[in-house]
Design a binder for this molecule. Structure first.
Ligand code: V47
Ligand code: SF4
Length: 367
């Protein structure tokens, strides 16, 4: 039960949503659509903020992390992607495990607690390469949490390894995989899959792979790519499908809405998402995903300034320092490539929250 009584609603349709939230009744898809159709963004934000504060009080989390993209060679050719290249094309790269070690050694003096590593689907690379990558990271940074390989990559790995998914995941765990990032879900809609990313596994398979990842004892994140050709109904259905899987597994840690950036993609005529839509999407995610602990405002995609505001619209986490983000910057993102711990703390404090540096599992590093 959450007390939302002091929120004045300009939009009468939101009254019903507020009553449900106050009574602890789960929102349904129609409520999600009603929220999206309303322009009373302050009321939606206040509702999300009440729920966020009931879970996390005044705390806002971040992690000291480093991103590694091991290859941008990819055979999937998703229409929204500016990062991938065909093998042999200008700008195509594949790092060896030794290259990855070197990347990490360049920043070995920094207190990185998480390595976030993803890449394209590069058919040249054997299963052993992926195991070697994980071992290379552990050899340089034995205490780091390796959050790597989306459900899309893990499905591919099971095929090239010729192993069932549970065995593949087990082998990856033995080599050091500790958590799985939330990418690759895009928008869980058959219509959008067929139109934008037909070569990639579809939404049902993504959910199925995630379920197996959770069953194997790994936690993961979940994402939603929005602001391209999807409808509001598709966004809401996406959230409900994530919530249903979470009811079964409790394996998702955070949800991260990903605002589409169109530069250098096949959809380059599409405009950027608006701040209004970004904030609404974060707030609505907080309200619908009642079984997710954490909602991230991914500053790389929505910019540092809006990410600060998002902390008052339902988000409780800013992701992290990141260092060398590529996927969104190749699609035109104007945000920084990485932030220092001091910069993130300042962002959080000046938004009126208490910064809490966490590890990948939301444990506090000093504990
Ligand atoms: O799967 C690709 C998306 C994802 C574009 O789990 C794009 O902690 C916007 O999943 N514009 C990768 N988005 C990023 C990702 C992620 C990021 C931060 C934290 C975590 C986590 C996960 O980026 C891809 C795809 O959905 N993407 N192209 C683009 N042009
Ligand atoms: Fe490949 Fe991922 Fe880009 Fe799709 S989004 S083309 S799977 S790198």
């Amino acid at each position: 039960m959450t007390n939302l009584g002091n929120i004045t609603l300009k939009d009468k349709q939101l009254e019903q949503v507020r009553e449900k939230l106050e009574a602890g009744v789960r929102l349904d898809a129609n409520d999600g659509i009603c929220l999206y159709e309303s322009n009373d963004i302050l009321a939606i934000g206040r509702m999300a903020d009440s729920i966020r504060r009931a879970r996390h009080g005044n705390k806002a989390f971040f992690v000291y992390n480093q991103h590694v993209n091991y290859t941008n060679v990819c055979i999937n050719h998703c229409r929204f992607c500016a990062f991938s290249r065909s093998a042999g094309a200008d700008g195509a790269f594949t790092l060896t495990p030794e290259d990855v070690k070197k990347r990490l050694l360049e920043r070995i003096d920094e207190p990185v607690t998480e390595i976030h590593m993803v890449g394209g689907i590069n058919p040249e690379l054997p299963f052993q390469y992926y195991l070697d990558l994980l071992r290379a990271i552990s050899s340089v940074r034995p205490n780091v949490v390796i959050k790597a390989f989306t459900a899309v990559e893990i499905e591919h790995l099971s095929r090239i390894a010729g192993l069932p998914l549970p065995d593949t995941i087990e082998r990856l765990k033995e080599a050091g995989l500790a958590m799985v990032p939330g990418g690759g879900a895009e928008i869980l809609s058959r219509r959008m899959h067929d139109r934008l990313f037909p070569k990639k596994i579809d939404g049902d398979r993504w959910l199925d792979v995630m379920e197996k990842i959770h069953t194997a004892g790994l936690t993961s994140n979940a994402t939603m790519l929005y602001g391209h050709l999807e409808t509001i109904r598709e966004r809401v259905d996406h959230l409900i499908q994530l919530r249903e899987l979470q009811d079964r597994t409790q394996g998702f840690s955070a949800f991260i809405p990903l605002a589409f950036h169109s530069a250098n993609t096949a959809l380059s005529d599409l405009p950027s998402t608006t701040a209004h839509d970004d904030l609404k999407t974060i707030a609505i995610a907080r309200l619908i995903l009642d079984n997710f602990d954490h909602i991230k405002a991914y500053w790389v995609m929505i910019g540092e300034k809006l990410a600060q505001v998002a902390l008052s619209f339902g988000a409780d986490d800013l992701d992290g320092t990141i260092i060398e983000e590529k996927i969104t910057h190749m699609a035109g993102a104007k945000s920084a490539r990485g932030l220092t711990r001091k910069q993130i703390r300042r962002m959080i404090e000046s938004a009126g929250f208490e910064p809490v540096e966490r590890d990948s599992f939301y444990r506090l590093p000093d504990n």
